[in-house]
Design a protein. Structure first.
Length: 156
């Protein structure tokens, strides 16, 4: 169940809020291959199961940037914002890949609000997304996402 923000005041007071976890997602070879095709990154550790089985990870692994991109999939599962005029991804801070995500692994997103501030008419909202790997102490990715949300005017 996602957290719902209905106005700027709720977002501005949310620092430190835990957003919970998403459902688990299995990382398939098909997803990895599609990402390789989209990005042109066909390194054998990602797309050659025979060679990767003999490599340092014992199997194909997801691209780091594929794992990072899952933050975009998981964010709306963790939170939603109502009454928006516009919301944009502004960027990210401090991205790390502490553990490799092997093909067949199950991952999920965990969210925590790090901060919020008013920038002009928009709320700049920073959420740390950790891409957790089932059975692993270390996550596959940790990223501090930065988004900006502009709300519709309140009508009386």
């Amino acid at each position: 169940m996602s957290v719902i923000f209905k106005n700027a005041e709720q977002m501005l007071g949310a620092a430190g809020m835990q957003l919970g976890h998403t459902d688990w997602l299995t990382i398939t070879q098909e997803r990895i291959d599609l990402f390789a095709e989209a990005t042109g990154d066909h390194q054998w550790i990602h797309v050659d199961p025979v060679r990767a089985a003999q490599g340092p990870f014992g199997a194909c692994i997801a691209h780091g940037y594929l794992t990072l991109s899952l933050a975009n999939l998981f964010m709306p599962q963790l939170m939603s914002v109502e009454n928006l005029a516009m919301g944009v991804n502004y960027g990210s801070d401090r991205t790390r890949f502490p553990a490799a995500v092997k093909v067949g692994s199950r991952v999920r997103g965990r969210g925590e609000v790090l901060g919020a501030e008013l920038i002009g008419a928009a709320v700049q909202f920073i959420v740390r997304i950790s891409i957790e790997i089932e059975g692993s102490e270390r996550p596959g990715c940790v990223v501090d996402t930065v988004s900006r949300y502009t709300f519709n005017p309140v009508c009386e």
